[in-house]
Design a protein around this ligand. Structure first.
Ligand code: NOJ
Length: 577
């Protein structure tokens, strides 16, 4: 079954994700239709016009499956259902129809690595060594196997093994001890998870954000991450998705790894000669660029471009039909796993002075509070994000500068109800406030009376309207989704400068994209005004056009090109390639 006709894989239309703006949202937090204090699919459907207005091309839904929600739904108890708090399968189908009718795609979270301990598979597996599900999980009679594997949730877990008295054995888990890892060595597990993928894609879903993909297999004497067996399974998954749906569904990898390891998740074309199991075929269309994210925050605090330039220098090129997913914040802590000890200490010192702001190896804060509600910094960071090679992924609420609540447990402080207007509960729900799944932000700077969509919609100078204009500009500039990046190195290190252009090897599809052929990004990473001199001699005679306002700047001559920028100021210039 193939519910939607797919464009041929080689066209720019098939590679829609390269020019998309993705918006990540938890159904629970977005909008409550039935007034029980918990967001639901009908509430989300009701808000689709807003997302369309904002310019969102693709919604990424956090897990909405039945779950005890001890890891906010990443502990799944039934892969084929909808949590009744969020609605029904019918509601979900309607969401797909309504989103598609507005030209928007929908991605869902796919949690391959583990289940909840409440899943019937685990219940059966633990019940008896003879159960046909026993081998669906990873068991041991001691807690000593795979000692090199790190612990991810360092604040709560002391081991990747937990003893289950019912099974009288230890089970393996990379995350919480109520989230047993599935055993991907068991063929029935691999088939069951591919069946899950087909089930949702058959319904018309456009793809998945694939959770925790580096950890699928375990092997002794390894760190149990990025193993060749894992890549081989992911290639099979991709092959079977492509065979069944003809190439327009998208798989986005959550692999919090260094760039050289992440590129292997794009599969063969990224590493034709690469060692291991990744030489046999494509894997993901997209992968998040985790290491770039903290370095964007480092760069503005250090007032230096080096962290950004260095990490991009370590980022290998990826195939034209693949894409990075770029983000500033998401539903998790601002992870510092892909940082050196020194960088991590710096980030904690600068951005997590209150110990409550730390969680595991990261910082549990939203974008606006992290930068002390500095509009200029928020704009600059978005301008950089939207012009780096990749597809921007926005986190709900950040488009208006929503705040957080570090007094809520785990990562719940960045998952509070969406602030729509000044009505009761910020327009999120008609329930009595004490019935809400989480309190709204109360703090006077970030409360829904101060920060809400309706108010910012009416204010033409609001962050919301600025964010929308940035999305529109990005849509008019597909080059930013396709081109390569070249950093310039002016003497003033506080200014970040790069060119975006199509590579010489660009395909006919890439060359056919409309809009500018070359974009020059200039951003002042410091809190004071800066001057910068650029060697643009190769563009001599051209008149740079500033893309936000359309103004023509002085023509480029033979000498260094001089620019000045206000605090956190930025320009995008259109040039001829
Ligand atoms: C990554 C998800 O982003 C996070 O929220 C979750 O807790 C872990 N995977 C475990 O599923």
């Amino acid at each position: 079954m193939n519910p939607k006709p797919s464009p041929p894989a080689s066209t720019a239309a098939a590679l829609w994700f390269k020019n998309a703006v993705i918006y990540e949202l938890p159904v629970r937090a977005f909008s409550d239709w039935n007034g029980d204090g918990i967001g639901d699919f009908r509430g989300l459907i009701d808000r689709l016009d807003y997302l369309q207005w904002l310019g969102v091309d693709c919604i990424w839904l956090l897990p909405f499956y039945p779950s005890p929600r001890r890891d906010d739904g990443y502990d799944i108890a039934d892969f084929a259902g909808i949590d009744p708090d969020y609605g029904t399968l019918e509601d979900f189908r309607e969401l797909l129809d309504e989103a598609h009718g507005r030209g928007m795609r929908v991605l869902a979270d796919l949690v391959l690595n583990h289940t909840s301990d409440q899943h019937t598979w685990f219940q059966q597996a633990r019940s008896s060594p003879q159960s046909s599900y026993r081998n669906w999980y990873v068991w041991s009679d001691n807690a000593q196997r795979y000692p090199e594997a790190r612990i991810i949730f360092t604040d709560t877990e002391v081991s990747n093994w937990t003893f289950d008295p019912q099974a009288n054995a230890y089970f393996w888990h990379r995350f919480y001890s109520h989230q047993p890892d599935l055993n991907f060595d068991e063929p029935a597990v691999r088939e069951a998870m591919i069946a899950v993928v087909f089930y949702w894609l058959d319904m018309g879903l456009d793809g998945f954000r694939c959770d925790a993909v580096p950890y699928l297999f375990e092997r002794e004497q390894t760190i149990c991450e990025n193993l060749p067996e894992t890549h081989a399974f992911l290639q099979e998954l991709r092959r079977r998705v492509d065979e069944r749906y003809g190439g327009d569904r998208v798989l986005l990898a959550e692999a919090n790894q260094w760039p050289s390891d992440v590129v292997r998740y794009f599969g063969q074309a990224a590493n034709p000669a690469g060692p291991g199991g990744d030489a046999a075929g494509p894997e993901f269309h997209m992968a998040f660029h985790f290491p770039l994210m903290p370095r964007l925050f480092m760069a503005v605090r250090q007032e230096a471009r080096r962290p950004i330039v260095d990490i991009m220098a370590q980022t290998p090129p990826i195939p034209e039909n693949c894409q990075w997913g770029l983000f500033l914040r998401n539903h998790d802590e601002l992870t510092l796993e892909m940082c050196t000890d020194e960088e991590r200490d710096y980030m904690y010192y600068e951005y997590a002075r209150d110990p409550r702001m730390k969680l595991n190896i990261g910082i549990r804060r939203r974008l606006a509070p992290i930068v002390d509600n500095s509009r200029r910094e928020i704009e600059l960071m978005n301008v950089v994000l939207f012009s780096m090679p990749g597809t921007p992924v926005l986190y709900y609420g950040d488009e208006m500068g929503m705040g957080d609540n570090i007094y809520l447990s785990d990562r719940n402080g960045v998952r509070t109800p969406m602030q729509w207007n000044v009505d009761r509960n910020g327009g999120f729900s008609k329930a009595p406030p004490e019935q809400l799944y989480a309190p709204l932000i109360q703090n006077p700077v970030y409360s829904y009376q101060a920060i809400n969509i309706e108010r910012q919609f009416q204010d033409s100078n609001s962050l919301l309207n600025w964010q929308r204009a940035l999305i529109q500009l990005r849509h008019k500039t597909p080059l930013l989704g396709w081109g390569e990046i070249e950093f310039l190195a002016p003497a003033n290190e506080r200014v970040l400068v790069y060119l975006r252009r199509l590579p010489k090897t660009a395909s006919a599809a890439a060359k056919a994209i409309p809009g500018p052929r070359c974009v020059l990004m200039v951003g002042n990473l410091s809190r004071s005004s800066q001057a910068v001199e650029l060697d643009l001699s190769r563009f001599m005679g051209q008149v740079p056009r500033e893309m936000f306002g359309g103004a023509a700047f002085p023509p480029i001559g033979a000498g260094l090109y001089q620019l000045s920028l206000g605090p956190y100021g930025y320009y995008w210039f259109e040039l001829d390639a």
